[in-house]
Design a protein around this ligand. Structure first.
Ligand code: ADP
Ligand code: ZN
Length: 810
């Protein structure tokens, strides 16, 4: 009989897949997890990608050691998606596997196992291997899986540990950080009636009690602790009956996801403009599958999504609703649950491992009695959930740069990847935004996407009035109070005096970006990065926003020994503090990276603001996105200029989008809202277009610029960053690499150059940028790039140079 081989994906940054021999008695399916040995004696959980008969030529395939699941945990559509991500974004399949799977799916020899806190220490009823492991763990608090293997002399340890995790006897150590645990219950049932055995008096008592209860409440399930309490016997009595096979204990997991979200609202009737957009979208779907809904802020896009989702559910299809940021999921999840009850699941970066596993299972679940999530809401990583039947993907706020993953690989763009995913499922894809990305508008203009526009706000409320305040003048006249012009401060006062709420936007967190010596103007820098430290008044520290390094406020200047420090620029923290002093009666809250680190922090801030417990919400870009508050009539932008003067070809686009979006939070219900924008340069073209809400003109001007300078969408970019601790070696490597690139790509190669921040965590950085024409074959270019990089890394001197590839950088 021919030998059978399996190609597997390892959760490691290694190229391609690896071939193993399938044991002859094994029944293996694609997508199943297996345990394999890789490298020097290390074991890993791998995913089966292919099963075939071709013996590998380059190496002797080892036998795979165990199969972990009865059914595949990853389906073939997912694998196809993983392969595309790895190819397109030039990374390893293992990187994609790591991003896609919850970590407890990936036991490896380095995983540490500990006793589960719920385990009662009772060895009765455990299998022999299980009690050996428990015994070992009673002597040592934690064990590496590789130690357990040598201890038990048993290579099926992964399977045993998996089962022990299910039974809540042990857990993988990283789970410790998670307060959340999958909840299981132990149910007592009658075993095959074995009436021959002799029972003690106590055992008899328990058995009679139990059969009695079973007769009276035939459907009720009796949990171990409840039963022994009712029967007034000890746990030992029950265990003895289990051992004698009179009773048995069944382990059942109960999902914490089965919360009862009752549907409370029927879906809303669409207005005429909404209906029109809706039917145009459906027309577009018939024709192109991908549709771009360009609808001004508060035009009711979300209501249209809800209608489209409803239809897919009726057809028995799954829906994925992507949002750029966790802060947004809070409001949208509530809106969706009002319509769809507990059919909606949510996933984001604040979930812990066990929650991730449960969400995964609920997406796969076919049994209607169990928790099922036909609708999933989530940030970019939701793309990796085990969908097998998607009917619709919605990419809300499709322009948002947080859809792009920067670190670590895979550096994918969720909007672009969603297009491929939709393709695999033959599903519809809807991109929605009030300020679509230039690339998306261009694709719509070129006929790649079907374009639908919605130009009026719900109920015809006018778009907010945007007024500029010249703070250069205010500064000269010495009228500024802290960061506030008199106009802005008065408008805030009037708004809250009328019982309305205010949002203030400053695109920088912290207190003031830099502390500078009042005498010599030098600023304290990070020890590990080439960047000034940011002042955080709250902790009385200066911190690096790149590596997290922090130190106390210096007492003397290191350059001139002066003792007086001032600050340049300002962040959200400082604005909140000035406002507290200027408006002592107002309640002011802040939403930025620093205030939302805790698990439910977003929810709390948003709820407090919704319920009117906060008058003024100060925030970074987090407050600009998609939020829907009825009572906000005024928005203030503290400094428009720092967004515009940023060295990036997308700076104007970003600034325009951010300001247009934050303006869109004002006046969503009732009367027209107002936006006050402080700037040093009212005449700036972007600000002028913003005032007239003229997206079309903005697009026309920007796209013309992009064309002249051959930037996306007219070209595709691939950014290559080289990193090394030794500056010299980095220079040589990057010069050699760019010279090689130039041989193939000529003037399409830019650099190498030091980026604005050229040293991070003691590593020097150098960037090379490749601009590839839209018409050229990117696939071919990528192959050439990969080969050139491989050749460089084969040289001994450059093996330690880290090379990072970013396809379509954002
Ligand atoms: P967008 O997503 O375009 O910013 P939303 O869908 O959030 O707009 O709509 C703005 C507000 O108007 C929301 O509070 C929403 O509930 C309300 N709204 C939109 N369409 C309708 C409708 N047809 N009936 C009732 N309320 C609506
Ligand atoms: Zn640093």
């Amino acid at each position: 009989m021919a030998q059978i081989f399996a190609d597997v994906i390892l959760p490691l940054p290694v190229k391609g897949s690896f071939t193993y021999v399938v044991p002859s008695d094994a029944d293996l399916t694609i997508g199943q997890r297996v345990v394999v040995q890789f490298g020097s004696r290390k074991l890993y959980t791998a995913i089966v990608l292919k099963i075939h008969n071709e013996k590998p030529k380059e190496y002797d395939a080892k036998e795979l050691l165990a199969i972990l699941d009865e059914a595949p945990i990853v389906n073939e559509k997912q694998l196809q998606f993983w392969e595309w991500i790895a190819k397109y974004y030039m990374c390893n399949l293992g990187d994609v596997m790591n991003a896609a799977l919850p970590s407890s799916f990936k036991l490896a020899s380095e995983s540490k196992v500990i006793i589960h806190s719920d385990f009662d220490g009772d060895l009765e009823g455990l299998l022999e291997n299980e009690s050996a492991i428990v015994n070992a763990l009673l002597h040592q608090d934690e064990l590496l899986i590789q130690d357990i293997i040598s201890l038990t002399n048993n290579k099926s340890v992964f399977a045993i540990i998996n089962e022990m995790m299910r039974k809540e006897i042990v857990l993988v150590k990283e789970d410790l950080h998670n307060k959340y645990k999958e909840k299981i219950i132990r149910i007592v049932e009658l075993a095959d009636e074995n009436l021959q055995v002799k029972l003690t008096e106590k055992q008899e008592q328990l058995l009679t009690h139990f059969t009695d209860l079973k007769i009276r409440f035939p459907k009720k399930k009796w949990k171990v602790p409840d039963l022994i309490k009712k029967a007034k016997v000890s746990r030992g009595v029950l265990d003895a009956l289990v051992k004698k096979e009179v009773l048995k204990i069944e382990i059942q997991s109960i999902s914490r996801l089965l919360n009862d979200y009752k549907k409370t609202e029927p879906s809303k009737d669409m207005t005429i403009p909404q209906q029109k957009a809706y039917s145009q979208i459906k027309e577009g779907f018939k024709d192109k599958k991908v549709c771009l809904l360009h609808g001004v802020t508060s035009s009711g896009k979300t209501e249209i999504y809800i209608k489209l989702i409803e239809e897919q559910l009726v057809k028995g299809k799954q829906v994925l609703y992507l949002l750029p940021e966790i802060a947004l999921t809070t409001q949208i999840i509530n809106r969706l649950r009002k319509h769809f009850g507990n059919k909606v699941g949510v996933t984001h970066s604040h979930l812990n491992n066990s929650e991730r596993v449960e969400v995964w299972k609920a997406v796969q679940e076919k049994d209607k009695k169990k928790a099922q999530y036909p609708i999933m809401l989530g940030a970019r990583s939701a793309l990796f959930l085990p969908f097998d039947n998607l009917g619709l993907i919605v990419v809300d706020e499709e322009h948002d740069p947080s859809y792009k993953q920067h670190q670590p690989a895979p550096r994918y763009h969720a909007r672009d990847a969603a297009i491929y995913l939709a393709n695999i499922h033959d599903s519809y894809l809807l991109l929605g935004s009030a300020t679509p990305a230039l690339e998306s508008c261009y694709n719509a203009k070129e006929g790649k996407y079907h374009l639908v526009e919605l130009n009026s706000r719900y109920k015809g409320i006018e778009l907010p009035k945007i007024e500029c305040i010249d703070i250069r003048k205010a500064h000269l006249k010495k009228q500024m109070q802290a960061q506030f012009s008199p106009e802005l401060l008065n408008e805030i006062k009037d708004t809250i005096a009328n019982g309305k709420q205010v949002i203030l936007f400053q695109n920088r967190r912290g207190y003031s970006p830099v502390l500078s010596c009042s005498v010599c103007a030098s600023t304290p820098n990070c020890k590990h990065c080439d960047v000034s430290l940011t002042y955080h008044k709250c902790q009385n520290q200066i911190k690096c926003h790149y590596c997290g390094y922090a130190e106390n406020i210096p007492k003397v200047c290191t350059s001139c020994s002066a003792t007086d420090f001032g600050s340049k620029g300002f962040g959200t923290e400082q604005i909140q503090e000035s406002l507290n002093a200027l408006l002592p009666d107002a309640t002011i809250s802040r939403m930025d990276y620093d205030t939302t680190r805790k698990k439910y922090a977003h929810q709390e801030i948003i709820r407090d603001f919704e319920q009117g417990r906060i008058d003024i919400l100060v925030g970074t870009q987090m407050v600009t996105k998609g939020l829907d508050f009825d009572n906000v009539t005024m928005v203030g932008i503290l400094n428009a200029d720092n967004m515009l003067h940023y060295p990036d070809f997308r700076a104007y686009e970003r600034a325009f989008q951010l300001m247009m979006q934050v303006a869109g939070r004002a006046g969503r219900k009732g009367k027209q809202g107002k936006v006050l924008l402080q700037t040093y340069d009212e005449t700036h073209g972007v600000i002028q277009l913003l005032r007239s809400h003229d997206f079309k003109q903005f697009y026309t001007e920007q796209i013309a610029e992009r064309k002249i300078f051959n930037y996306p969408p007219f070209s595709r970019l691939i950014a290559i960053t080289l990193k090394h601790k030794d500056k010299n070696r980095l220079d040589i490597a990057s010069n050699q690499l760019s010279a090689q690139f130039r041989k193939s790509f000529g003037s399409r190669v830019l650099g190498p150059e030091y980026p604005a921040i050229s040293r991070i965590r003691n590593y020097y950085h150098k960037d090379i940028l490749l601009k590839i024409e839209q018409k050229a074959s990117v696939k071919k270019a990528k192959t050439i790039i990969a080969t050139i990089i491989e050749n460089l890394q084969e040289q001994k001197d450059f093996r330690s140079v880290r090379i990072i590839l970013d396809v379509d950088p954002v």
